[in-house]
Design a protein around this ligand. Structure first.
Ligand code: 13P
Length: 349
């Protein structure tokens, strides 16, 4: 484990005013995005879609890293440049999703994440392909009697095993315990669940001997469930999120990035801005969005080469807005002239 190198990359991932694009949707999830724009889910359409997202001129100004999917890290642009080369030339770190999806366990319907078998071998290959960091996502559902302590602990242990394996391969682990937005829970319930999950996670990371300076936490904002009776304001979301972090997160953690989880594009930006307007924290708090960075651009593109320019402009606008939000310098007036989505389906992988 090269501690210096790991800390350096982790810092670069959360550099001031930058965040991460998650472009690691499984084929199944891309299929859902394509269905919304009436596009067939073929390998070449997925390649063209990722080309649109990864070749936006100037992307490196706002984006520090991109999480790729196994298929994507091996793909090339239409002019024959590998996506990894494209990212490197923009000063963007290539990352890779290394978990292998979810399996249901027990009677509660809760899930754990597959992918520890053969992980060390896969990491070697991804490193040779140019990856600098990895992502592993576990999923926690708030519901009747869930999350259970057992499920929280199992996911925390698996995330810690994955993180250690990454660091042994000199890849920075992004550990993602996602609290799903699905459900009718209150913000207090989400806060309680987040506190329990993150406490268990850092216990297991410490037990495993994971270097926190070389690790990025990817987590959910503390939000009420999608079906809860009332919406929370950005200020309330910021307050509850920061309160959990202040109580649970160690100060030497390299940084925190948020998933968007089904929030609308503007909502995700406003909430990030509120979080970064609540005073100086020990960690950088930035974005690692998929839907909240991609939705408008995907619609604008709609699978047509001739829409590339407008789609990339739409993407760059969202990236810039989130960059400003990561500095607490965003305001809604900056959206003028740009259409955006209001969020949609909650699940994704
Ligand atoms: P969303 O921002 O669409 O939630 O995706 C982020 C992600 O990487 C989930 O694993």
């Amino acid at each position: 484990m090269n501690k210096e190198e790991l800390s350096k990359i982790a810092k670069q991932m959360v550099a001031e005013g930058k965040g991460i694009l998650a472009a690691d949707e499984s084929m199944n999830t891309v299929g859902k995005r394509f269905a919304a724009i009436n596009l067939e889910n073929t390998e070449d359409n997925r390649r063209a879609f990722r080309e649109m997202l990864l070749t936006a001129p100037g992307e490196g100004e706002y984006v520090s890293g991109v999480i790729l999917f196994d298929e994507t890290i091996r793909q090339k642009t239409s002019s024959g440049k590998s996506f990894v080369e494209v990212l490197n030339s923009e000063g963007i770190l290539p990352g890779i999703k290394v978990d292998q999806g979810l399996v249901e366990v027990g009677e509660s319907g809760e899930k754990i994440t597959k992918g520890l078998d053969g992980l060390a071998e896969r990491l070697k290959e991804y490193s040779a392909l140019g990856a600098k960091f990895c992502k592993w996502r576990s999923v926690i559902t708030i519901g009747e009697g869930t999350p259970t302590e057992e499920n929280i602990r199992q996911n925390a242990k698996d995330l810690a095993s994955y993180a250690l394996e990454c660091q042994k391969a000199n890849l920075v682990p992004m550990v993602e315990p996602e609290v799903l937005l699905e459900g009718s829970h209150s913000i207090e319930q989400a806060k309680d669940a987040s506190g329990r999950i993150l406490t268990a996670l850092f216990e297991e990371l410490n037990k495993a001997g994971v270097l926190l300076e070389g690790l990025i936490l990817k987590t959910s904002m503390v939000l009420p469930g999608k079906n809860y009776t009332a919406k929370a304001s950005p200020e309330e979301i910021a307050k509850e999120t920061i309160e959990v972090f202040a109580r649970v997160l160690p100060n030497n953690l390299a940084g925190v990035v948020f998933l968007s989880g089904g929030q609308g594009e503007i909502e995700a930006t406003e909430n990030l801005n509120a979080i970064n307007s609540s005073g100086k924290q020990p960690w950088s708090l930035t974005f690692s969005y998929a839907r909240a960075l991609q939705d408008g651009a995907t619609k604008a593109w709609s699978g047509e080469q001739e829409n590339m320019e407008i789609a990339q402009k739409t993407f760059m606008h969202r990236a810039k807005m989130n960059s400003l939000a990561s500095l607490g310098k965003y305001s809604k007036e900056m959206e003028e002239g740009f259409a955006s989505s209001t969020g949609g389906e909650v699940t994704q992988d």
